[in-house]
Structure formats: structure tokens, C-alpha cells
Design a protein around this ligand. Sequence first.
Ligand SMILES: N=C(N)NCCCC(=O)O
Ligand SMILES: [Zn+2]
Ligand SMILES: [Zn+2]
Length: 321
Amino acid sequence: MSEEYVRHSNGNVGQVDGMRSPRYAGFPTFARLPRREDVPDFDIAVLGVPFDAGVTYRPGARFGPSAIRAASRLLRPYNPAQDVSPFEVAQVVDAGDVVANPFDITEGLEAISAAATELIGPGRPLVALGGDHTISLPLLRALHTAYGPIALVHFDAHLDTWDTYFGAPCTHGTPFRRASEEGLVAKGHSAHVGIRGSLYDRRDLLDDAELGFTCIHARDLDSIGVAGAVERIKARVGDLPVHVSIDIDVLDPAFAPGTGTPEAGGLTSRELLAILRGLGDLRLVSADIVEVAPAYDHAEVTAVAAAHLAYDLISLLAVRT
Ligand SMILES: N=C(N)NCCCC(=O)O
Ligand SMILES: [Zn+2]
Ligand SMILES: [Zn+2]
């Protein structure tokens, strides 16, 4: 069977045509887009990062990339919320999965960083699909090589700036402390959005602020709303290059049950999509979506949310390529 990709007049190769081959059939690349090796060049790569050796509670995010790809089959070519056909405007490809050692975190992170370094560059954004949140550290290392310190816009129930777990420095609860220590993120220009739930100590928030982050707590949305959150994020990052990191547990467990450390009182998927769509003026250069653990999912609820978030991120990035 030959795959019948849509060929756009600007030369870009789009999705397998859903009118000629039903969307539930065929190879499971992200959004049924071509693989990297199927086209001569690309603008935006989608990279699977099936690594979850850094989890502190429920395991299983290593199956996130394949679940998100499966849920992304439903995505259609035109995004009305942003008035853009992202796969026409930009050549978007599926770059496959990183081969990351599940038994050696240091080696696994090096492989992730090497794969990201090879795919990113000025004018060439990356969208990574995790995997647990540990993977953001090697992504930020690769981004630092390309751009220097960048602004991090981090959507999560959790701060992920804890120090160590059982003596381990690189886990899904620690990536942004390491990133701050290594100078990968621009101090004073990064924000966590959606923070909530129990902490180990009041000190966790003070440490986080000292590391250079600010918090928009989930409960703040009750008073400032989506528009207020967008304004605060924009004021924080200014014109620096921006990496958006979305831990799917930023969504309420009602919208994302399939994750490792769920916390009550989270965002709706509509709120999160609306905040993202408000970030179009920023200098977005890359994104990750992490912590989708399909074993705890139901009816693809979480994977569908992740696929749609990836679609809107790609739509934002496509107009910048
Ligand atoms: N990055 C995520 N999803 N969770 C971090 C939770 C760290 C903890 O178990 O305390
Ligand atoms: Zn989290
Ligand atoms: Zn996280």
C-alpha cells in the first residue's frame, strides 16, 4: 500500500489524505505526517522520547509517544482557532523515537540531548513528546547550545525544582533545578503555570523563587483568568527565545487521568489551549509535552488532550518558520 500524502503547491508534504485513506488506517506517525526520511528537508520535527526512568510514583510515560501518535490520527489539516493550516505552512515531520537507555539515566539523557541537538536550530523548532519530565533537562541543554539561556514557560501541577530523590539528581521532580544551576534558563524570565497540590515543605516555594522562577498557581486563574495569565507570562519572558514545557498533569485529572502524579484542582483543556493560543507573539522555539502514562488513561482522554496541545503548539510554531 502506498501512503497518499497531501502535496501542497509550495512543495510541502502534508498528512496522509484522510479523504483517500481512513484516518484509523496506515502507519502511526504523528498526525499521519511523513517521516523525516520521506522528505528532503523539514521545518519542524516531532520527536518521541520514550523515557520514564525518572519517575517518583506511577511509571508508564515511556508509552506516551506511541499513545499520543495514535490519538493524533484524528487531527485535521486546518486549525480554525489559529486560522492556519500548520502542515501546509511548514514542513512538519515525525522524526521517530530517541533510543534512550532505560537503565542508565545519565546515558539516556545524553542520547536525548544529542537527538535534540541534531534536529533543532534557528528557525527550526522541535516538539518533543515524552516520556517523563526528566527529559526536559536534556532538551534545555540542547537548546542552550543553539540559543544560549532561554525563557521557560512551564505548565505543570508541580514545581519540578526539587533537589534530589533518594540521592538521584536527575528525576522528573528535579529537571528545572538542574537547568537553573546549569544556567540553561534565563533567571527572572521563566514561569510555572498551574502549580497546585501538596508540597514537602513551605521552603519548596522559596527555593523555587531563589532559582529564578515565578508561579502562576492554578487557583490564581479563578481571579486573573486566561487573559491575566497570558499577560503575566508575556511580561515575564519578554523577547527571549521561549521553550514551552507542558506536563499533562497541569490539566485536572478529569481531563488527563493518564498520568503518573495526578493532583486535583487543575486546568481544563480549554483553558490551557486558550493560554497557549495567547502566546503567539512570543519567540517560541520549542516545546515538549510530557507525563502521558497511557496505562492510567481511559478512552484516550489524556492522549487526545496531548495530541491537540501538540497541534496547537505546532500551529504557533509553523507561522514562525
Ligand atoms: N513531574 C511530575 N509529573 N511530577 C513530579 C512529582 C515529584 C514528586 O513525586 O514529588
Ligand atoms: Zn507534574
Ligand atoms: Zn512535571
